[in-house]
Design a protein around this ligand. Structure first.
Ligand code: GAR
Length: 188
C-alpha cells in the first residue's frame, strides 16, 4: 500500500486533483495533507475531501524532527509537494530517499531556484518573451529545483499571453500529468 502525504502552501488545486485521481485505487491512499500556512485554501479542500490535515510552523519544520516522526507514525511512504514553498530539510530528505517528488511550473533548469514559484515564474516567462513553458516533475534533493527530472511537458506561450494565461496553461498540464506521473512511479 502506498500512503502519500501531500505538502501544499496555497490553493491546493493540484492536491485535490491528485486525491480525486486515486479515489478508486485500492493500492494508493492520500493519507495526509500538510501545510505551513494556517490560512491556505488547501485546508478547506482537505476538510471537504475528508483527509486529515496538519498545519506546522517553520521552526517545527526546519529545526525539529516532529514532522518526520509524524509521517513515520502515519506510515507514510511517499511525499508529494504540490505548490509547497519551503525548502525540505535534510532530515526529511534522508528519511525518504527518492520518495519525495515536486512539481515545478516551468521547464527546469530554466526558471528554478529560490523565489521562483507560482506566478513569479509565469511573470518571468512573459517578461523574457519565451515562446514556450511547461512543467517539471522531479525528485527533491537538498537544493531547490535540482533533483533528478522524472517528467516534463511543454506548452506554447504566445506574444499576447499574460502571465495569467500562462498560469492557466500550466495548471492544465499539471492536472493532466502530475497524478499519472505519481501513478507510474508507484507502479515501477
Ligand atoms: C502550481 O502551479 C505548482 O507547480 C507551483 O505552485 C502552484 C500551486 O498551485 N509550485 C511551485 O511554484 C513550486 N516551486 P495549486 O496550489 O493550485 O496546486
Amino acid at each position: 500500500m502506498t500512503r502519500i502525504a501531500i505538502f501544499a502552501s496555497g490553493s491546493g488545486s493540484n492536491a485535490e486533483n491528485i486525491v480525486n485521481y486515486f479515489k478508486e485505487n485500492d493500492n494508493v491512499t492520500i493519507s495526509l495533507i500538510l501545510t505551513n500556512k494556517a490560512n491556505a485554501y488547501v485546508l478547506e479542500r482537505a476538510k471537504k475531501l475528508n483527509i486529515e490535515a496538519l498545519v506546522f510552523n517553520k521552526t517545527q519544520f526546519l529545526e525539529t524532527d516532529e514532522i518526520t516522526r509524524f509521517l513515520a507514525k502515519k506510515n507514510i511512504n511517499m511525499i508529494v509537494l504540490a505548490g509547497f514553498l519551503l525548502k525540505m530539510p535534510e532530515n526529511l530528505i534522508k528519511s525518504f530517499p527518492d520518495k519525495i517528488i515536486n512539481i515545478h511550473p516551468a521547464l527546469l533548469p530554466k526558471y528554478g531556484g529560490k523565489g521562483m514559484y507560482g506566478d513569479n515564474v509565469h511573470k518571468a516567462v512573459v517578461e523574457n518573451k519565451e515562446t514556450e513553458s511547461g512543467i517539471t516533475i522531479h525528485y527533491v534533493n537538498e537544493n531547490y529545483d535540482e533533483g533528478k527530472i522524472i517528467f516534463q511537458a511543454k506548452c506554447e506561450v504566445s506574444s499576447t499571453d499574460s502571465y495569467e494565461d500562462v498560469a492557466a496553461k500550466i495548471h492544465e498540464l499539471e492536472y493532466e500529468h502530475f497524478p499519472k506521473a505519481i501513478d507510474s512511479l508507484i507502479r515501477k
